[in-house]
Ligand binder design. Structure first.
Ligand code: BDR
Ligand code: CA
Length: 313
């Protein structure tokens, strides 16, 4: 058993995804073996470019594989109003070198990593869960190779894409349904956890001063449309990495969670059944609260640890 937790990150950078990657990639407690990209905040070509841009910024050599271009059933939906047209507005990255991409798809790259690993691997989903659903469908034998799935998605309260639906689940509810019914150990960092994991203007100013990564992230934050920097910017995807690093920052509750697929107005809503109305067994460990100041401290500490290959920070 390695001391570091092996993980695969499935992501759609995305400004909060970029911050989550910064938190994960320089932490000795995690071993990021693969990054797979998803159609989500922007199309998959752009999220892939964005993942490559970040890795090139840091000079890191983590394999990247391109994910599905569209959800399992529905038309793609994007979040350009939140993350900008490129998905990562606010910093002028050079064009990435696409020749660095793995030749295989996200599903095949995940499959290969899972089968090659000496120990089960944690899958971290920061995007619509299309790639993971396809993996479970195409390679059911991989289920035993997955330690658990830690995902940012769904809501125990209201939504940010529909009245009751959170973007990642709303964009591909059929994929979320497959994952939620998979029987895998599941950890859910819902939208409402992100509502409490906020970056305020004073935090953002501190981030800018930390190092070059901090300056880059400050640029992204200046273009990230949460509820506005003044009221705090929501670090949704960062919660998933924070949970892996410091689970004690979160209050967790086991609950049955299902996805509404057919609702005329509620498609993509997650029903988190804390009171047992549905009469089904708990399948998810759900974050119900976050130590907000502990999260901020961890976030700053992780950005402070980011280094560029040149060593200038
Ligand atoms: C989720 O949707 C995306 O916009 C964010 O990156 C996050 O993964 C929040 O609903
Ligand atoms: Ca995301």
């Amino acid at each position: 058993m390695s001391a570091r937790t092996p993980i695969i990150i499935d992501t759609d950078p995305g400004i909060d995804d970029a911050i989550a990657l910064a938190m994960a990639l320089f932490d000795d407690r995690l071993d990021v073996r693969l990054i797979t990209t998803a159609a989500g905040n922007v199309d998959v070509a752009k999220t892939t470019d964005n993942a490559l841009k970040l890795l090139e910024f840091w000079g890191l050599d983590v394999p990247v594989a391109v994910g599905a271009a569209r959800p399992l059933v529905r038309e793609p939906q994007y979040e350009t109003a939140v993350h900008g047209v490129s998905g990562m507005e606010g910093y002028a990255f050079p064009a990435p070198d696409r020749s660095q991409l793995l030749p295989e798809t996200a599903v095949e790259a995940m499959h290969r990593q899972l089968q090659a690993s000496a120990e089960p691997v944690t899958i971290v989903c920061l995007a619509p869960m299309t790639n993971l659903a396809l993996l479970l469908r195409e390679h059911p034998e991989d289920q035993d190779r997955i330690a658990r799935v830690v995902f940012m998605g769904g809501s125990t309260q209201r939504g940010n894409k529909g009245v009751l639906s959170e973007f990642n689940v709303h964009a591909d509810p059929e994929a979320a349904d497959i994952v939620l019914r998979s029987g895998l150990p599941l950890v859910m960092l819902p939208l409402d956890a992100g509502w409490r994991a906020l970056v305020y203007p004073e935090d953002s100013a501190r981030i800018r001063e930390l190092n070059e990564t901090g300056a880059m992230i400050h640029g992204l934050l200046s273009r990230y449309r949460g509820i506005g920097l003044r009221n705090g910017l929501k670090m949704y995807d960062g919660c998933a990495i924070a949970y892996l690093l410091e689970p004690n920052l979160f209050t967790m509750q086991e609950a049955p969670v299902v996805v509404e697929l057919d609702g005329k107005y509620t498609s993509g809503a997650t029903l988190v059944d804390f009171r047992g109305y549905l009469g089904i067994d708990a399948n998810v460990s759900v974050a119900t609260d976050v130590d907000a100041s502990g999260f901020t401290e961890l976030l700053l500490n992780r950005i402070d640890a980011c280094r560029r290959e040149s060593g200038v920070g």
